[in-house]
Ligand binder design. Structure first.
Ligand code: NDP
Length: 247
């Protein structure tokens, strides 16, 4: 296991769920954290919590769908935060659960722009620095939805299949460098994800977990922590982690 003490980790979607859980476990291990999301107040709450552990935190209010904002945020990082060692592309969402031919095209745009294009923008603007410094690790949060297509999952599953392909493509493109690329693909995790999917309809959101004990955000963060702390010659290409009772 390698130490990640003082390594600079950028986590997108750090304001809740899996991203926030990653921030907690990485802060405990002494990493320096750049926490990115749109909800500034949620980031501030998390930063206040981590401050109690003397964590070194930099906040970025950022909409990953906005390419120019991503480019500017990365190029204008203060010098002491600019050498990103680990990028965790976690920001993502699902909207709706509809048959494709009845789907809401705005929902499609939101999923494609966030889950695919947002991940691409962060990768495009962060990885060149890693290449220059000859070190780094990109962790993309995919999903079991990128492997198993479920009824009415059409566009969300498509975005996560794209994340899987993009992770594999990036790995190919970085062959010959020491930069690692990992895709972490969970099954059901109990976060705000379902609330967001059903626009705040709590009853519908809860129904998703019927008959399944979902993973917790900490379960996923533990796996990510394992991946980023392997010896530098070891790359975990892909991890699928599932609730025991999810098909
Ligand atoms: P949450 O809804 O709890 O967290 C999603 C995070 O993404 C939030 O911090 C949100 O922050 C951020 N986000 C969404 N849109 C944007 C945007 N445009 N710009 C910046 N940040 C954004 O859900 P999870 O923690 O569950 O989701 C994290 C990842 O895990 C996602 O990629 C999801 O697809 C994936 N996943 C989730 C599973 C689950 O069952 N929960 C299963 C498999 C994969 P804010 O709103 O403040 O911007």
């Amino acid at each position: 296991m390698i130490s990640i003490q003082n390594q600079i980790v950028l986590i997108t979607g750090a304001s809740s769920g899996i991203g926030a859980a990653c921030a907690r476990i990485l802060a405990d291990a002494g990493a320096k954290l750049i926490l990115a999301a749109r909800r500034q107040e949620r980031l501030q709450q998390l930063a206040a919590e981590l401050d109690n552990k003397s964590a070194d935190i930099h906040l970025l209010q950022l909409d990953v769908r906005d390419r120019l904002a991503v480019e500017s945020a990365i190029s204008n990082l203060p010098p002491e935060w600019s050498d990103i060692d680990i990028l965790i592309n976690n920001a993502g969402l699902s909207r709706g659960l509809d048959k494709l031919h009845e789907g809401d095209t705005q929902d499609w745009d939101e999923m494609i722009d966030t889950n695919i294009k947002g991940l691409l923008y962060l990768t495009r603007y962060v990885v060149p620095g890693m290449v220059k410094r000859n070190r780094g690790h990109v962790v993309n949060i995919g999903s079991i939805a990128g492997h198993q297509i479920y009824p009415k999952g059409n566009v969300y599953c498509g975005t996560k299949a794209a994340v899987k392909a993009i992770s594999e493509g990036l790995k190919q493109d970085l062959l010959g460098t020491p930069i690692r690329v990992t895709s972490v693909d969970p099954g059901m995790v109990e976060t705000e994800f379902s609330q967001v999917r059903f626009h705040g309809d709590s009853d519908r959101a809860q129904q998703v977990y019927q008959g399944v004990t979902p993973l917790t955000p900490d379960d996923v963060a533990d796996v990510i922590f394992f991946c980023v702390t392997r010896p530098t010659h070891v790359n975990i290409n892909e991890v699928i982690l599932m609730p025991v009772d999810q098909a």
